[in-house]
Ligand binder design. Structure first.
Ligand SMILES: Cc1cc2nc3c(=O)[nH]c(=O)nc-3n(C[C@H](O)[C@H](O)[C@H](O)COP(=O)(O)O)c2cc1C
Length: 188
């Protein structure tokens, strides 16, 4: 059966580097027969978790655009998280969305666990350490372990101005291949 892949784009730049790479991943996944939906988080009204804890016995009660996203997250077999590095970690847009996954606690995280994840990170500095991308990777590693989920692949690169991603065919190919991998049957 075709896999269901959800792509969350954390950059405010709709045609920025992480979005372009996520687009290549979407193309790879579609080519491999998956169903793909991309979400531009900056265009949504997603409020911060207010720690009311009402979700402990049910579901998140904040009436905003996360309510439409919860069922998409739950239905996804694989989730691709694409973000630039802002201030040495992922953007606030993506972090806001991930914080709200706390709303799944009432069902013991069932809806967001045992998934496959892919990661795309772009940064202006030269490498994983100087850019702070390493912090995002460390967070993801901890998060995927908590969610009993597999990390299928990570694509990252030093890119800055809009349009730079297209000048890096090796990164574009890595992103395309990551999409294909996410669309493949889960191993084990
Ligand atoms: C507010 C802001 C903060 C940033 N912080 C960092 C940073 O901490 N480390 C880094 O290497 N690049 C940083 N950058 C550069 C972006 O990560 C880089 O331009 C990236 O390629 C943008 O991706 P996008 O085109 O998908 O938006 C920052 C850019 C902005 C606008």
């Amino acid at each position: 059966m075709a896999k269901n892949i959800l792509i969350l784009n954390g950059s405010p730049r709709e045609k920025g580097n992480s979005a372009v790479l996520a687009g290549r991943a979407a193309a790879g996944a579609l080519e491999a027969g998956a169903l793909v939906e991309s979400i531009y988080l900056h265009g949504l009204d997603i409020r911060p978790c207010d720690a009311c804890e009402l979700c402990a016995d049910g579901e998140c009660v904040i009436e905003d655009d996360m309510q439409a996203l919860y069922p998409k997250l739950a239905a996804a077999d694989a989730i691709l998280l694409a973000s630039p590095i802002y201030w040495f970690t992922i953007t606030a847009q993506l972090k806001l969305c991930i914080d709200r996954w706390y709303g799944f606690q009432g069902h013991k995280w069932k809806e967001v666990s045992h998934k496959q994840f892919g990661v795309i990170l772009t940064y202006g500095d030269t490498d994983l350490y100087s850019s702070g991308a390493i912090n995002a990777l460390h967070m993801y590693e901890t998060m995927f372990r908590f969610l009993k989920s597999e990390i299928v692949g990570i694509v990252h690169g030093s890119l800055d101005a809009v349009g730079e991603a297209e000048q890096h065919p090796e990164l574009m190919k890595q992103a395309y291949d990551l999409g294909k991998l996410l669309a493949s049957p889960a191993q084990g």
